[in-house]
Design a protein around this ligand. Structure first.
Ligand code: DGY
Length: 348
């Protein structure tokens, strides 16, 4: 699909994106916008190189694509200056390769913070209260009367939530767990999160004025420290060499037998084979996963386990957020291109 065919800059979006604002913005920046509508979900490098063609000024790409030397080389050859990943995470982008080709890279932080934290909260509640297992049971027509022992789960109130990675999303999730469920917080991050600490303290003070138990918080000295005490552990680090398989077999074994593990960051942060074994060996342990190590595949056995809730990487999938991500992605590309003045021949 092509919008504004006479635009000065040729910009490609490798996928249709929600909302109209991102297209309007690029058109205002004098771009010819080409939106790839191929039915294939994940485009290969060869597909993208074909889209880039001989002349392309900028690309808006997706986290499923491998933006490394090959693609940045092709974009450079086509005269491109800008690439924007429609995601906050950019582990699929080789930034040094882009820099080598003098291509600027953008991502879309901020607009997905609350939406992603909400999905992590939804997974937490679904896992704690066995919502999906119970839904499957109902749909199978198995409900033949109330029982005191049926689908008994975990109460969150007063328990401790452990946050690994207290950046924007980890902090928003902590706030939801504290304000919504009066959970205590333990967090691990290389940096102190003053925002997290100040709102948990302020909320604790508010609870005291209501005559309620205050909530407690603590910054942990290590990941292990969090795993040993938390009833719920939610992972929010970026994926890099230091966080690959951060949750391995040994660390899973440190967690409480009836703890809950939530991952809405990146799949390879968890050793998924070890997680399958752990869930199998500990039926009271539960997990809520939005992301997978070999996305879109799940490791063998995962889908057959009742004590895991799985969703297809939808943490940022609210209409407002997705339209915002698309708009930011367009700004990243347009802003960069407009800073490259086009040579006008005064005699033309
Ligand atoms: C991101 O933006 O990094 C999410 O994983 C997808 O929305």
């Amino acid at each position: 699909k092509v919008v504004n065919p006479d635009g000065r800059f040729r910009v490609i979006s490798t996928k249709p994106m929600p909302g109209d604002r991102w297209v309007d913005l690029l058109v205002k920046a004098d771009c010819r916008v080409e939106i790839c509508t191929a039915s294939k979900t994940i485009l290969s490098n060869a597909d993208i190189i074909k889209l880039i063609g001989d002349k392309c000024d900028g690309v808006i790409g997706q986290l499923t694509e491998d933006w490394g030397e090959e693609l940045f080389g092709a974009l450079d050859k086509a005269g491109g200056h800008a690439f924007s990943n429609m995601a906050v995470g950019y582990n699929n982008v080789d930034v040094p390769a882009a820099t080598k080709h003098r291509i600027s890279v953008g991502n879309t932080p901020g607009v997905l913070t609350e939406t992603t934290a909400e999905l992590a909260s939804a997974l937490t509640l679904a896992a704690a209260r066995r919502v999906v297992e119970a839904d499957v049971f109902m749909r199978a027509g198995k409900y033949d009367g109330w029982l005191p022992t049926m689908f008994v789960g975990n109460l969150l109130k007063g328990q401790t939530v452990g946050i690994i990675g207290a950046g924007r999303i980890g902090t928003a999730y902590a706030r939801m767990m504290v304000e919504g469920h009066k959970m205590n917080v333990i967090y691990y991050d290389l940096y102190q999160s003053k925002r997290l600490e100040s709102f948990v303290s302020a909320y604790g003070d508010f609870l005291k004025t209501q005559g309620e138990e205050p909530v407690h918080w603590r910054r942990a000295a290590s990941v292990e420290d969090v795993l040993k005490v938390a009833h719920v552990v939610s992972l929010h680090p970026v994926l890099d060499k230091t966080t690959f398989h951060l949750m391995n077999r040994d660390r899973l074994n440190l967690m409480k037998k009836d703890a809950i593990l939530i991952n809405a960051s990146r799949g390879p942060v968890v050793d998924e084979v070890a997680l399958v074994e752990h869930l199998r060996a500990n039926p009271m342990f539960r997990a809520g996963l939005d992301v997978f190590e070999d996305e879109p595949k799940m490791k063998p056995g995962l889908k057959d386990l009742p004590n895991v809730v799985v969703v297809p990487h939808i943490a940022s999938a609210s209409q407002w957020t997705r339209a915002g991500m698309a708009t930011l992605a367009a700004c990243n590309v347009a802003g960069k291109l407009l800073r490259y003045p086009v040579w006008h021949n005064p005699n033309d």
